[in-house]
Design a binder for this molecule. Sequence first.
Ligand SMILES: CC(C)(COP(=O)(O)OP(=O)(O)OC[C@H]1O[C@@H](n2cnc3c(N)ncnc32)[C@H](O)[C@@H]1OP(=O)(O)O)[C@@H](O)C(=O)NCCC(=O)NCCS
Length: 197
Amino acid sequence: MSRVLARTALSHYLNIPPEEVNFKRTPLGKPSLDPPCHIEFNLSNTSKLAVCIISASGPVGIDIEPLGRGGEIMEIADIFFSGTEREELATLDPRSQPERALSLWTLKEAFLKAKGLGIYSEAEKIAFLYRGTGRPGLAASPDIEPMPERWHFKNIDFMDHRIALAATTPFQASSVRFVALKPPVAMPAASEQPSIL
Ligand SMILES: CC(C)(COP(=O)(O)OP(=O)(O)OC[C@H]1O[C@@H](n2cnc3c(N)ncnc32)[C@H](O)[C@@H]1OP(=O)(O)O)[C@@H](O)C(=O)NCCC(=O)NCCS
């Protein structure tokens, strides 16, 4: 379903029919347009929802997970989260920790996917810290990202799922669209063309 969503949305921005949108993949699996152009995108899906982020101004990444996965993620916090993330997690009320773990997981995946890296090999080299602000800030080893401050992140909850977005340009509320795709896939009407989701 995520590929149908991507093909449909990208065809709008490329102004070509969906069947003429071509893709290639990096060795680590990140899809991109072929031939390359200024439009970048990324995909994520669960058994119920598919999401796509599209940008004409730099790399983007997206992740979606069911809201109920927080407890399961807490169980692997020791191998997936960095030391500083675990320290911040431990300062929270235990009842709030699964919620934070879910945000951290999705943010890390969205960022690493924007960079086209592997989630399992690089997760410990980055950290999302809130420092009491309520907003996640990225800290990263320089080999992963020398300018972490250039990145923007957003978490959105939708239909019992948490979505994380990562991009090098700020998000605008008007740039998020939810569209229902039902086969046969039709082009979205002009008023509901997806620009971020
Ligand atoms: C990319 C990755 C994070 C996917 O995680 P996931 O939660 O299972 O899946 P999601 O639904 O969020 O995302 C899947 C989509 O991400 C995209 N994707 C795959 N690899 C990607 C990468 N390296 N970077 C960015 N996007 C990638 C693809 O579009 C894929 O969907 P598709 O195969 O249907 O086209 C994970 O597979 C990964 O780390 N891959 C890198 C390669 C790697 O390290 N492999 C060893 C795994 S043990």
